[in-house]
Design a protein. Structure first.
Length: 174
């Protein structure tokens, strides 16, 4: 092999090594930033590690919003028609946040409660997170059907389970 070919071969190998190193670093860096949207039913059936950050998507349960009288703490339940998960959030809620609306909360699971550090509300009259629609369809519920087991008239059972999981603090319902 001539010296010129040898130098070219070394340059090609160094370029390939650099590209593969940059790709590996990018993949590792993105692993920490990936968050998956999970429905309350999926949270109940999966064993999620307590420090794993994810998005909890669902509907804010009717009658579940409780505001603290002296801080920005808010507690509410997110449901998908089958299961509900209590959510604890400290901060200012979006203007469109209200009962019965679609919501995505970013946070982690701790002691059976979802500790949210960001709450996103739906942006128009028809928006529901795609994961929530899929979870409702898989469980056989429709958001518009009031006779469905996930409707307002059938929510008392899983809402009572959600309220049992909330801590007893100085909160007032609104």
């Amino acid at each position: 092999m001539t010296p010129t070919r040898k130098r070219r071969m070394i340059m090609v190998l160094l370029v390939l090594l650099g590209i593969s190193s940059a790709t590996a670093i990018a993949i590792v860096a993105m692993q920490d930033q990936l968050m998956f949207t999970v429905s309350p039913s999926e949270v109940a059936t999966q064993a999620l590690p307590p420090d794993r950050k994810f998005r909890l998507g669902g509907l804010v349960a009717e009658g579940s919003i409780a505001h603290s009288s002296d801080t920005l703490d808010v507690q509410f339940c997110v449901h998908d028609g089958e299961q509900s998960i209590p959510v604890i959030y400290s901060g200012i809620l979006p203007d469109l946040f209200r009962e019965g609306q679609g919501v995505i909360a970013h946070g982690y699971l701790q002691e059976g409660q979802f500790k949210a550090y960001e709450v996103l509300a739906r942006h128009d009259e028809t928006y529901v997170p795609p994961e929530v629609i899929r979870a409702l369809e898989e469980s056989g519920h429709s958001m518009s059907d009031e006779s469905a087991p996930g409707s307002y008239s059938h929510r008392a059972e899983y809402l009572s389970n959600c309220f049992d999981k909330l801590p007893t603090t100085a909160l007032s319902t609104s």
